[in-house]
Ligand binder design. Structure first.
Ligand code: GLY
Ligand code: MN
Ligand code: MN
Length: 523
């Protein structure tokens, strides 16, 4: 269909579907001669199978542990789809952390994939468990297909080749099938177990298509479709989400190695930032120079950032989630850098250092810094196997409250502030002191409170200790000399049988050590 020209462009096409119009910017030959030429003359894909990945037996153990919790039920764990950043450009793919944990796949693998753990006779499944696992994904189309060269989202011509079904199976020591078979695998025989059906549990809100598929099959197979109990089904899925989160509370030996690698790359990133400080000071958006210096290390040594870098100088350091990072970096101020490299395995570090931009802490900066350091040390001392997770926060915050009382900043007595009905010190330390760390920066977030905040610190846990004090420019309740100073010190702690180990100890923490480190890098 065409419409009368009102623009001087001649007759305009109205019939072209909106989704096709993305192609209007380029000319794509579609004649048969071109297609035939493009479908031939490509070298065979490398058919060699890769060696089994080091992570494979660890991922199998994780699946085995999950299997123990849900005998007789089908478990569906999607990786998630590509996500649009803008128009027809996607973000780099990152699978859901629960999927990465159970498969061992990291980096950009594998969009749209689904791990299905199929229930079998208890004790006869993988490694003597209650399920057999199969990974469903979409291998890239062969070089003889049109998709190979014409699909910019999924064609190897555009996005590079990827391992095929057999190769991924060899790599992970896990059966693989084409994604086309996943729908049947998810939906077959779903129904009330009382009547021979299989109950399905889904890691929800990862892939809308899979959510819709499971919802539909649940409706279609319900005894009474008019009265499907949605909250009961949500609870079923919620328990799987919770189990996947809790499974990650204790890291295995392979995960600890990944965390160590992520921390080592992050330490290099911090060093890069200190070296870039002269350029940052001279730049109208010095915080961006800081952010960029760290990011270059994240991409060179790892997969990406584990979270958006907080590069906060001066008063911006008092803004807890300052990720705009477009401020200046001035001599005489403190720079708070909270940053973490995510390794190719997708495990991330999460470290904060607060450094004096000119290399030397002023007297008041040092006083506040020392209070935060003492709080961190108190948290570290409380982080013993057998103690409660919440004890770490309490130990750290008590030191901060005492210091605030000494400085005359609390409007009530120390005892009152520390009581449940007080908490006035939280004005300057409003966040928690610790969170679990791993595939997600805030790892294990769906674990039950009894296993998280009220949980017992146990060998194999990795968590942060990150107290801070933040005095905003606008805070008229503190003397002027405190205003515009924000300090946080954040380390990544591994719990071993012998006690806590500071994985990020390679970055100096004591003010004198920080100054010496900076001076050494300035030489
Ligand atoms: N960077 C986020 C956090 O420290 O929790
Ligand atoms: Mn943190
Ligand atoms: Mn952090």
């Amino acid at each position: 269909m065409t419409t009368a020209d009102t623009s001087g462009l001649g007759e305009l096409s109205e019939g072209q579907p909106l989704d096709d119009r993305v192609n209007n910017r380029s000319q794509k030959p579609s004649n048969e001669a071109y297609k035939a030429f493009m479908a031939t003359g490509w070298a065979e894909d490398d058919a060699e199978l890769p060696a089994r990945a080091e992570v494979a037996p660890y991922a199998a153990q994780r699946r085995r542990a999950l299997s123990e919790r849900f005998p007789g039920e089908r478990l569906v764990i999607p990786a998630g789809p590509l996500k649009v950043r803008s128009n027809d450009t996607d973000y780099r793919f990152r699978p859901h952390s629960g999927f990465a944990h159970l498969t061992g796949l990291g980096l950009d693998r594998e969009p749209d994939a689904v791990l299905i753990m199929e229930p079998v006779e208890p004790g006869t499944g993988d490694d003597g468990g209650n399920h057999t696992a199969v990974l469903y994904f979409r291998p890239l189309a062969g070089t003889d297909s049109e998709e190979f060269y014409s699909n910019a989202r999924y064609g190897a011509f555009w996005i590079g080749s990827r391992l095929g079904l057999e190769q991924v199976s060899a790599l992970l020591d896990l059966p693989t099938r084409h994604l086309d078979e996943a729908e049947t695998a998810i939906t077959s025989n779903v129904g009330d177990p009382q009547f021979g059906g299989i109950s399905v549990r889904l890691l929800r809100k990862v892939d809308e298509m899979v959510d819709a598929l499971v919802d539909t099959v649940r409706y279609n197979t319900a005894m009474d479709p008019e009265n499907v109990d949605l909250s009961a089904l949500d609870a079923l899925d919620g328990e799987l989400t919770e189990a996947l989160s809790e499974l990650r509370l204790i890291k295995d030996a392979w995960e600890v190695k990944q965390m160590e690698a992520a921390v080592a790359a992050t330490v290099n990133g911090f060093t890069e930032v200190v070296k870039a400080l002269p350029r940052a000071i001279a730049h109208p958006r010095g915080e961006r120079v800081v952010e960029g210096a760290f990011f270059s290390r994240a991409r060179e040594e790892g997969n990406d950032l584990g979270y958006d870098t907080i590069a906060a100088a001066g008063n911006n350091a008092t803004v807890l989630h300052w990720i705009r990072n477009n401020g200046t970096v001035n001599a005489g101020e403190l720079l708070l850098l909270d940053a973490g490299v995510e390794a190719d395995s997708l495990y991330t570090a999460d470290i904060t250092r607060t450094v004096p931009v000119n290399g030397t802490y002023s007297e008041v900066q040092r006083k506040i810094y020392q209070a935060v350091l003492d709080a961190a040390d108190a948290g570290f001392a409380a982080a013993k196997p057998g103690a409660k997770f919440r004890d770490v926060h309490q130990a750290a915050v008590k030191v901060l409250a005492e210091r605030l009382a000494d400085w005359g900043l609390l409007p009530v007595s120390l005892e009152e502030a520390l009581s449940d009905n007080g908490q006035q010190h939280r004005r300057w330390m409003p966040h928690g002191t610790s969170h679990h760390l791993g595939l997600d920066v805030h790892d294990c977030a769906q674990a039950r409170k009894e296993l998280y905040l009220d949980g017992i610190i146990t060998e194999g846990m990795v968590f942060t200790i990150e107290p801070g004090l933040y005095f905003k420019n606008e805070d008229l309740s503190v003397p002027e000399e405190y205003r515009g100073i924000g300090v946080r010190i954040e380390d990544d702690i591994l719990i071993t049988a012998d006690g806590p180990v500071n994985l990020s100890a390679a970055l100096p923490r004591n003010p004198e050590d920080v100054e010496a480190w900076m001076a050494g890098l300035a030489e």
